[in-house]
Design a protein around this ligand. Structure first.
Ligand code: PNS
Length: 233
């Protein structure tokens, strides 16, 4: 059985991803779409949500399976009897990075990488752009599947509503179970997000130093224990 893995963050899946998955499904016996679990990267959707959306949008293909992984892709391949990776190439700019990964994966475990040129309709498309455009009110219909569009609208509306910071960060809804220290940390991170419903006083406390005309690292050194000399570069 010829099995191939299509790895990525898929935060969220776009029509460009879907195009590659669908075309790969026509070439291989099985396509395993593997969502990277990356705890250090801020994501809009949780891994569960991304997997769920991928399952819905690929349901029509009988030979596409959705999975998740952490660690090295080559280890995921070894554990699942997969010997090749499929990647979409949008432009020359993708090539250098993708080639390094492909050669490294081959060096580590003889895992091959197949590059598929993207449909020109989607050659400019990436998840981070979709999120940015949607966040600032731009129209992303036609760039993501309809169910993703609806989820994007809901998630971004959640960001605008007052509520626990964990929800706004796209983290699991565990805010109530977080320690007071973690809650404080999340609130501070959230204060740097473009949309915040914190009070103006709170926003001023955590506004990044560059945004302040004074150039000071902290607006209120006394409140944060910052002594003299702690200025922004
Ligand atoms: O959608 P993305 O974020 O561009 O996908 C990147 C991904 C998941 C394909 C890549 O980061 C990856 O394979 N990560 C797994 C860790 C790994 O194997 N690193 C070594 C690559 S040579």
């Amino acid at each position: 059985m010829q099995r191939v893995v299509c790895p990525g963050s898929f935060d969220p899946v776009t029509n460009g991803h879907l195009d590659i998955i669908a075309r790969a499904a026509g070439l291989y016996d099985e396509v395993v779409v593997a969502v990277l679990i990356n705890v250090t990267k801020h994501s809009l959707f949780t891994v569960d949500e991304r997997v769920e959306m991928l399952r819905e949008v690929t349901a029509r293909y009988g030979n596409v399976k959705i999975d998740r992984f952490h660690g090295l892709l080559v280890d995921f391949c070894a554990n699942n009897g997969i010997s090749a990776v499929i990647k979409g190439l949008r432009a020359v700019s993708d090539f250098e990075y993708e080639m390094q990964m492909a050669q490294m994966n081959y060096r580590m475990a003889k895992v091959e990488t197949m590059f598929m040129t993207t449909n020109p309709l989607y050659s400019f498309l990436r998840s981070s752009l979709v999120k940015e455009i949607a966040r600032y009110g731009g129209d992303v219909s036609g760039l993501v599947p309809d169910i993703v569009l609806a989820r994007l609208r809901d998630r971004l509306a959640e960001e605008l509503r007052p509520g626990p910071p964990a929800v706004k960060l796209g983290l699991p809804r565990t805010a109530g179970r977080l320690s007071a220290r973690s809650e404080k940390l999340l609130t501070r991170v959230h204060c740097h997000a473009p949309y915040t419903n914190q009070s103006p006083a709170r926003r001023a406390r955590f506004r990044p130093a560059r945004a302040r005309p004074s150039g000071r690292l902290r607006a209120d050194p006394a409140a944060h224990g910052a002594g003299p000399g702690r200025h922004a570069p």
